[in-house]
Design a protein around this ligand. Structure first.
Ligand code: 13P
Ligand code: SF4
Length: 306
């Protein structure tokens, strides 16, 4: 458990129970927020959880597109994002208008959109994917060509695992894309016996060095089931907390201590408590966009995992 603030944690838990609220936290959230949540996970796991919840209130500790995904899946529930301006810079790199223009250049080519995108962009897409299922989703389209948006690194990663031609939008995650070969080499020199786990949002030259490429949830599963004892973790540093919590006997080292997503760190216990008390800010996707976006999200959820 994190040191946190026991009084505030207790207040949050009590209020959540009174309001029949479910608190969901992404794996990059600060430790005390992860500890107070009903569930933590990667984007796919959180979406699956949301789609099955019978809570009246959904409180998201993460970034805007995650709360939008909850609103898409649960239109009758009140969805609250703990901090209003917690966004994802990668999601902001593609607008629906830009995607409509790009589709004109690739007529008939299915659009596979990473969940790190706005609801409007999802509404213009054929199917969504996450870092946990991107390869399976691209193959599922059975199309010789696919357009993947908005993350170029994830798209290039998929390209290595399929014979399909993958076109991509040149977006990226600033946190992962800034990870250099040099930084990873340094981490490897310091921990030569460690397994290198990397997120597919990292640049291709970093992924070339990795022993394992996985979503954040995939890294948690891998570390738990592996007989190895030491791991270098090439993703946002927040993941080190649940890794260590689930595997106290193993060691985890950041590939670079600079891999910090400022937006993910905006949520504090105090912000979460305020959101729960005020039931604000509400994230509600308008129905015309929601219905189209839901098609793309539901299709993704039907794709079998390997
Ligand atoms: P995961 O779905 O792997 O948790 O990734 C979400 C994300 O924002 C990565 O930067
Ligand atoms: Fe977006 Fe990158 Fe932050 Fe994930 S880590 S929420 S992709 S900016």
């Amino acid at each position: 458990m994190s040191s946190g603030n026991p009084e505030m944690t207790e207040k949050i838990r009590r209020l959540a129970k009174e309001k029949n609220a479910i608190i969901l936290a992404h794996n990059y959230q600060v430790p005390e927020v992860q500890d107070v949540a009903d569930m933590t996970g990667d984007s796919l796991a959180l979406s699956v959880k949301v789609s099955k919840t019978d809570a009246d209130l959904i409180i998201f500790c993460g970034v805007h597109f995650m709360a939008e995904a909850a609103s898409i899946l649960c239109p009758d529930k009140k969805v609250i994002l703990a901090v209003e301006d917690a966004g994802c810079p990668m999601a902001d790199m593609l607008t629906a208008e830009e995607l409509r223009e790009e589709k004109k250049n690739l007529p008939g080519v299915p659009v596979v959109t990473y969940v790190n995108s706005s609801a409007e962009v999802k509404a213009e897409s054929d199917i969504c994917c996450t870092s946990a299922n991107a390869v399976q989703v691209a193959k599922w389209t059975k199309s010789p060509e696919v357009l993947m948006t908005p993350d170029r690194n994830l798209a290039m990663w998929v390209q290595r695992h399929t014979d399909q031609k993958i076109h991509f939008w040149p977006g990226y995650c600033p946190v992962h894309n800034n990870l250099t070969v040099r930084a990873v080499e340094k981490a490897r020199q310091e921990h030569p016996e460690a397994i290198l786990m990397a997120h597919p949002e990292c640049p291709p030259e970093v992924l070339d060095m990795a022993d394992v490429v996985r979503s954040t949830g995939g890294m948690l599963d891998y570390a738990k089931n592996s007989s190895e004892k030491r791991f270098i973790v090439a993703t946002e540093v927040g993941l080190l907390y649940p890794l260590k919590k689930a595997n106290p006997e193993k060691e985890f080292y950041p590939a670079s201590p600079e891999m910090i997503c400022q937006d993910m760190k905006k949520t504090t216990l105090a912000e979460l408590l305020r959101a729960l008390e005020t039931e604000r800010p509400v994230v509600k996707v308008p129905d015309d966009i929601r219905v189209k976006a839901l098609r793309a999200v539901e299709r993704m959820m039907e794709v079998p995992r390997d």
